[in-house]
Write a protein that binds this ligand. Structure first.
Ligand SMILES: Nc1ncnc2c1ncn2[C@@H]1O[C@H](COP(=O)(O)OP(=O)(O)O)[C@@H](O)[C@H]1O
Ligand SMILES: [Mg+2]
Length: 261
């Protein structure tokens, strides 16, 4: 992990309910700049919901999330009953533009694979020629350039995951959120994705939050790990401390591959 004193994201006391059910509670999470944070947890733990809240797609019910040093004048979002969803609030558009979210089932726009990458660049004011050049280079690095002219909706799951990676490479967001990125990738695609993540962190200074159920993937890419269980963060620690000296017994059992009930 690069040595830095800055936390790019700080979540405090975040709560989220769906109807009467609380799916996230007491969430405190810090995401250091220039690092890869892995949110680890079993099915239904609340990982996707937490990622959507951090990525400003979904409002929390309570708590606050601070985004430091990303966009001047935009820092903390404090949630309450009257808070509009940041996804609809124009004030947060500059902040949202510094983020890229890629989900387990990537949402691809209609149009070609290439236009799926150029779209975000042109939205940010880049000329078409420049956007295409940069996008082709990103598609090449993501191992999917031969599909550039193909319709994006015709991609296989693994190819769509590569398209998500190409978008991240082309856009170079300050913050990258990935939800189970390797779920639909074969081992070769997973290796490519993980290498690209490390490259984006080390050479582009990008900060990433990655959700996974895979402890081996967490070991390979994480600088720090947060273990989410039944809507609570049980433990957050640097990678080696998390895996070698887990403090919580539930973390220890999860890391040992024992099923949590
Ligand atoms: N839009 C929604 N409406 C109601 N319940 C939801 C919604 N989204 C998620 N949930 C519920 O919240 C819990 C956490 O979901 P999720 O964040 O997707 O977990 P994970 O990604 O860890 O599998 C699950 O029980 C899920 O059914
Ligand atoms: Mg999920």
């Amino acid at each position: 992990m690069s040595v830095t004193s800055t936390d790019l994201i700080t979540a405090r006391n975040v709560r989220k309910r769906f109807g009467a059910r609380e799916v996230l509670g007491d969430i405190d999470l810090s995401v250091p700049a220039g690092s890869i944070t892995v949110i680890l947890g079993t099915n239904g733990a609340g990982k996707t919901t937490l990622l959507r809240i951090l990525g400003l797609l979904e409002p929390a019910d309570e708590g606050a999330v601070a985004y430091d040093g990303i966009v001047p004048g935009v820092s903390t979002i404090t949630y309450g009953a009257s808070t509009r969803s940041p996804a609809q609030d124009q004030r947060y558009l500059p902040l949202r533009r510094q983020m890229l979210l890629a989900f387990q089932h990537p949402a691809v726009f209609s149009g070609s694979v290439l236009s799926n990458v150029t779209y975000g660049l042109q939205l940010r004011g880049m000329s078409r020629a420049e956007a295409e050049e940069r996008s082709m280079s990103a598609l090449r690095d993501a191992g999917i350039v031969e599909r550039a002219r193909q319709h994006a909706s015709s991609l296989s799951g693994g190819e769509a995951a590569r398209l998500s990676v190409a978008r991240a490479l082309a856009l170079q967001p300050r913050l990258l959120f990935l939800d189970e990125p390797s779920a639909s990738l074969d081992p070769y695609g997973t290796k490519l994705l993980e290498d690209l993540l490390l490259h984006m962190r080390d050479d582009l200074g990008m900060t990433a939050v990655i959700v996974t159920q895979d402890i081996f993937e967490a070991r390979r890419v994480a600088d720090q790990v947060a273990f989410l269980h039944e809507g609570r963060i049980i433990e957050q620690a640097p990678r080696d401390a998390f895996f070698n000296e887990p403090r919580d017994d539930r973390t220890r059992r999860f890391v040992a591959g024992e099923l949590l009930v």
